[in-house]
Write a protein that binds this ligand. Structure first.
Ligand code: HEC
Length: 178
């Protein structure tokens, strides 16, 4: 038992020294134009999924069906989220194409098929470390955040005509559009 503990301890010390040496020698490439190793990508993905699920588990959102909230959400989405994520009929801005990870389209994929509204709310409010996804709580009010979530959850497979129509209608409800 004693030699087992000693063996584990030695292994641990060697692992810590080896990874410290790797970091110091610059083995890890932080360049945004070089993808993660597969093992790093998988580890980060699981860490992100679990972190969001655990932290949003107790959240209780008000109803996201209020049409006024959705209208405010379309405008918020068009003004702030579209530049990175793109929108139906609108590609991402050029700078966003150089981001890593690439901001995903929000009209399909995980957001529509896997993430609950509470999880989307948590992401928008708190942002995601080391990804470029901002924490909107730093500059947006609660209603804008809820509006963005309400709209995003209605965006599944939305076509450019529908998006354009919703945007026009929402702009009509306030004096100056974005
Ligand atoms: C400056 C660029 C930027 C802006 C602006 C931005 N995002 Fe993001 N967002 C990202 C990036 C990059 C990711 C990917 C993060 C990752 O994969 O870890 C992301 C991820 C997300 C995700 C998780 C997607 C998934 O599939 O897991 C959601 C939901 C999201 N953003 C919603 C929004 C909403 C809503 C807005 C506007 C209120 C917004 N984002 C504005 C860059 C941005």
């Amino acid at each position: 038992m004693k030699s087992f503990i000693l063996g584990m301890l030695t292994l641990f010390v060697v692992a810590v020294l080896a990874s410290s040496a790797g970091i110091w020698l610059g083995v890890y490439n932080v360049a945004a134009d070089v993808p993660h190793w597969e093992i790093t990508r998988m580890t980060l993905e699981v860490a992100r999924e679990r972190s969001i699920a655990v932290r949003s588990g107790d959240l209780k959102l008000p109803s996201l069906d209020d049409p006024e909230l959705v209208r405010a959400g379309v405008l918020e989405f068009h003004e702030t989220c579209r530049v990175c994520h793109g929108a139906p009929g609108h590609p991402r801005e050029e700078f966003a194409r150089g981001m890593y990870p690439l901001p995903p389209s929000l009209s399909s994929g995980d957001v529509q098929d896997e993430l609950k509204s509470e999880e989307v709310y948590w992401i928008v409010k708190n942002g995601l470390k080391m990804s470029g996804m901002p924490a909107f709580s730093a500059f947006d009010d609660e209603r804008d955040i809820l509006g963005a979530v309400a709209f995003v959850k209605r965006m599944k497979d939305m076509q450019p005509e529908e998006y354009g129509g919703l945007l026009e209608k929402s702009r009509g409800t306030r004096p100056e559009g974005p």
